[in-house]
Design a protein around this ligand. Structure first.
Ligand code: G3H
Ligand code: 13P
Ligand code: NA
Ligand code: ZN
Length: 328
């Protein structure tokens, strides 16, 4: 059945594991995550962005998730709003059956201006008050996602940003995190550690200069009881890049967040790990391959079935790697 993020992450903290939060947009994504969860006996976080809500429609999304809960009654499911941009977005999600919302007050509602700390505290605390009254959890975000090599911060959609940010601005400050959590009462905190959304995170295999797991360790020392969230945490595996480019996809060589680095964060309170890009690549790479190999075929099920199967494989790997497996 449906449960809140707080319930799910409290269990993860007690049992020393993390939960991948997969972005979903349609039936095939939901099937992929649920099949992997069923195979591994894992609890799941299905998250929908504003874009996903606009794409699918709240009614369809809600009923897809209810369908998943009915098909897999033994799997705990959290339905989470990814990157709510303002309180009204979070409230409409709560009204539509989400059991958890993210109020991302790190940027103003225009999605591109870095917000003041006071603004972030105010909008997040406002959402916490409303959400908690409805039994819904809240994830906040402190710090700006972006690239430590270039100083480029990013908008929530990952499509560029005006100006350059300093290393300080690109890494969440532990002292401020402590103040933020105590002032807002969030159930989980998204932190900035050098990751960014989309495929192009790093131009080389990341080391501590550009992916700061040390920052997670420092935040965890300041806030040992707070559930931490890693955004922009697709691995962008080489085999998925190769699949995509082998069949005409255009992508320059890139590096994501290695699974081993995410694993290093788990003892330091990382409980939710956001993954969108890897499933996009798995689906689109497979569909490209099918179109190339069987150009005469026009039954959508013939390419959506293998595309869903490859997404399931990615989910399986993450459930095993984060030790979510066996925890449902
Ligand atoms: O935060 C970004 C997620 O990857 C969702 O992306 O807004 O294109 O659905 P989207
Ligand atoms: P990726 O683009 O790395 O998959 O990140 C997804 C994310 O953080 C969604 O909020
Ligand atoms: Na989120
Ligand atoms: Zn994100």
């Amino acid at each position: 059945g449906l449960i809140s993020l707080r319930q799910l992450l409290d269990h993860a903290a007690e049992n020393d594991y993390a939960v991948p939060a997969f972005n979903v947009n349609n039936l095939e994504y939901v099937q992929a995550v649920m099949r992997a969860a069923d195979k591994t006996d894992s609890p799941v976080i299905l998250q929908a962005s504003r874009g996903a809500r606009a794409y699918a429609g709240d009614g369809f999304l809600r009923h897809l998730i209810l369908g998943a809960a009915e098909e897999y009654p033994h799997i705990p499911i959290c339905l989470h709003l990814d990157h709510g941009d303002q309180p009204s977005t979070c409230i409409s999600a709560i009204t539509n059956g989400f059991t958890s919302v993210m109020m991302d007050g790190s940027l103003l509602a225009d999605g591109k201006t870095v917000a003041s700390y006071e603004y972030n505290v105010a909008v997040t605390a406002e959402v916490v008050k409303i959400a908690h009254a409805a039994g819904v959890s809240v994830e906040g975000e402190l710090g700006c996602l972006g690239n430590l090599e270039t100083g480029a911060g990013e908008k929530e959609d990952g499509h560029g940003f005006e100006g350059r940010l300093t290393r300080e601005e690109l890494l969440t400050d532990p002292e401020q995190a402590l103040d933020f959590v105590s002032k807002t009462g969030v159930d989980a905190l998204a932190v900035a550690i050098g990751t960014s959304h989309g495929a192009y995170k790093f131009t080389r295999a990341p080391d501590g200069d550009i992916l700061s797991i040390d920052t997670i360790e420092r935040i965890h020392k300041a806030l040992p009881n707070t559930h931490l969230v890693m955004h922009g945490s697709s691995t962008v595996p080489q085999d998925l890049q190769d699949l995509f480019t082998a069949y005409g996809g255009e992508m320059t060589q890139t590096w994501g967040v290695p699974v081993s680095e995410i694993q290093r964060g788990i003892p330091f309170g990382v409980r939710k790990v956001n993954i969108d890009t890897d499933l996009r690549l798995a689906m689109t790479g497979t569909i490209r391959k099918c179109f190339k190999e069987k150009p005469e075929n026009f039954d959508p099920r013939s390419y959506l079935k293998p595309a869903t199967a490859l997404m399931t494989d990615v989910c399986l790997e993450r459930f095993e790697a984060f030790r979510t497996a066996g925890k449902a």
